[in-house]
Design a protein around this ligand. Sequence first.
Ligand SMILES: Cc1cc2nc3c(=O)[nH]c(=O)nc-3n(C[C@H](O)[C@H](O)[C@H](O)COP(=O)(O)OP(=O)(O)OC[C@H]3O[C@@H](n4cnc5c(N)ncnc54)[C@H](O)[C@@H]3O)c2cc1C
Length: 500
Amino acid sequence: MALLLRAATWGLSSGRGYCSRGTQGSLREVFVAALRAVVGPPHVSTSIAVREQHGRDESMHRCQPPDVVVWPQNVDQVSRLTALCYSHGVPIIPFGTGTGLEGGVCAVQGGVCMNLTHMDRITALNLEDFSVVVEPGVTRKALNTHLRDSGLWFPVDPGSDASLCGMAATGASGTNAVRYGTMRDNILNLEVVLPSGQLLHTAGPGRHFRPGFWPSLPALYVLGSRKSAAGYNLTGLFVGSEGTLGLITAATLRLHPVPEATVAATCAFPSVQAAVDSTVHILQAAVPVARIEFLDDVMMDACNRHSQLNCVVAPTLFLEFHGSEQALVEQLQRAEEITQHNGGSHFSWAKEAEERSRLWAARHNAWYAALALRPGCKGYSTDVCVPISRLPEILVQTKEDLKASGLTGAIVGHVGDGNFHCILLVDPEDPEELHRVEAFAQQLGRRALALHGTCTGEHGIGLGKRQLLQEEVGAVGVETMRQLKATLDPRGLMNPGKVL
Ligand SMILES: Cc1cc2nc3c(=O)[nH]c(=O)nc-3n(C[C@H](O)[C@H](O)[C@H](O)COP(=O)(O)OP(=O)(O)OC[C@H]3O[C@@H](n4cnc5c(N)ncnc54)[C@H](O)[C@@H]3O)c2cc1C
């Protein structure tokens, strides 16, 4: 490795100024040539279109694009590129699939964007140990397609087909988290290229157990004794680090048995309060629901139009149950009783895979359905999460605030986790509206903090929530994070401007 690092940086001592900017503000050609020497000329681009495509995600955050985009083909190249950038003071921005919602890939100080999608192999599948090792270009859908006949699956499902290592980097979750947990609960080990170019295996090379145990998730009990108490939880440190501590070049993930049977259900409610009360009661009754998602009336209307559904336009819960045929009958019955008790109507369910996927495709396309409410506008998604007991009050209040604000927005949420999103539509050319949207989001974030919640359940901090993070973890918390960052990234070159 030392030899390789030397080769990558040969002839490029920072004293010769190779990292300084050229006349157009881009990196000097000799530095770009050194990048090409590592990955080969076809895997480096300085074209404006490619750089702009890599300088933004699905959010409305915008800033300058990276100076250059590189596509490493293997971990060794990632190490050499990282050491090269680091020794010349050039910022490094990891890029997964660019579906993030917090501006995580924006190149606030320019630099080198490392697109990791060419590293897309599934390198090990341990069926008996319920684990799999994926490179950073593997997406969640690609993994589940690969697993199709294995009897196992990976349940964490953000609506987008994100890269699994990008999901690790943002601490992602999705509709199944209420039963199967988030990325934090499903990562057993990470291979990380540190800013120095060194390779770290967060749980030790080749190991696939996770530190700690998660007693509140019944599905994980099935998998038994995978645990470790060996030292600090380095895996946990990198999950949610948003590319600010290193580049994740492989993830060992926990797999789950495919449930014997699955039923999806929907139920409409007379009010937001009634829908959320039902959620709380279903969880309190210990119904082992796999998914429980809330959509408000505006969102339902948007989904009906976008996905050609014919659902009642009212606050609605989408539910899913996993288990044996007999267990499903009981779960459905109990959930229906609870929803009826709260004034729910139109309780309908579907067992056929086609109908279930149509329903969940509509839910997963909610972001695009909301965007279609105001063509030409951008979406801004809030992401607060509160203890489940505080969910009814914050959701009801948010709905009222939304009406009073005059903004166009829809609410959709992983309410089983206490997490929900207001998808606000904003004309990017209208600074006054932009300001109102940001003010609304900040106010909602602060309300969640006041209820002992968090400003982000799953999208991360990125560019827009740094102030809220400080309020959430406090001065000592932020200082501790700064010290950790400075230890691993003393020159502050890993995805600068994000998180802290
Ligand atoms: C329609 C839609 C629905 C969504 N629904 C959800 C949802 O339900 N739940 C949810 O959690 N998210 C959701 N998201 C957000 C998004 O899909 C997640 O944040 C996802 O985890 C981002 O993965 P990515 O590969 O696209 O990462 P990117 O957008 O490419 O990057 C995100 C951040 O991670 C860093 N990063 C990426 N790859 C690596 C790596 N290999 N090593 C180190 N750092 C890296 C980047 O630098 C950046 O800071 C949704 C997005 C869309 C568009």
